[in-house]
Design a protein around this ligand. Structure first.
Ligand code: FE2
Ligand code: FE2
Length: 197
């Protein structure tokens, strides 16, 4: 396999970085497939609920779909707990970071804060503050986060609900996580592109 010649990035040439750029494009084009693979791994995540974490996510996305939500929100619902495996103490932020280049600021904000808003349903049972979300009251997307948790999170642990399978959402995942959809904010990849322009 072709590689760069440098051992320290500081010694890289334009040709080295052009090679990396080509390889990176190919790699990032495979992002939707990796997201779907990662979602499958949620099958073996947190136990104790009546449904697996994957089923919870499918239920969330299915409810969003059946309610006529935008494709962006449906896929945000699908991946909202994708961080459970490797970010159990900050899973909302991880999911939000995965989505951020491809979704609106509003969807990003709702997913980033869904963990705090979700506390409303359980935190008081062990001495926590179920009203922790109130610190965001007055924020323009406060009601959207409340609604997301009410309609597409707290109610998605039902073993009798008939969710669509992951394959149903796969085409939507492929449509959303595309390079062409990257929004105009400062991403690592954008810095790279500017350097080669
Ligand atoms: Fe969550
Ligand atoms: Fe959830």
């Amino acid at each position: 396999m072709e590689t760069v010649r440098f051992a320290h990035m500081a010694d890289g040439t334009r040709d080295d970085y052009a090679l990396l750029d080509r390889l990176e494009e190919h790699f990032t084009d495979e992002l939707p497939g990796r997201i779907l693979e990662h979602l499958e791994k949620l099958e073996g995540s947190i136990s104790g609920y009546k449904v697996s974490r994957l089923e919870h996510c499918l239920q969330s996305a299915t409810r969003a779909h059946r309610a006529g939500e935008s494709e962006e929100l449906i896929i945000a619902a699908l991946v909202h707990d994708i961080g459970d495996m490797i970010a159990p103490f900050s899973h909302s932020e991880l999911a939000a970071a995965v989505l951020r280049p491809f979704v609106s600021e509003k969807t990003y904000w709702v997913i980033k804060h869904h963990g705090v808003f979700q506390m409303y349903y359980y935190a008081h049972h062990f001495g926590g503050d179920r009203h922790a979300r109130d610190s965001y009251r007055g924020h323009q997307w406060f009601d959207d986060a409340v609604r997301f948790c009410e309609c597409y999170d707290q109610n998605c642990f039902d073993p009798d609900y008939e969710s669509e399978p992951l394959t149903f959402f796969a085409p939507m995942v492929h449509r959303l996580f595309r390079r062409e959809n990257i929004r105009d904010f400062e991403t690592d990849i954008r810095y790279g592109k500017k350097a080669l322009a």
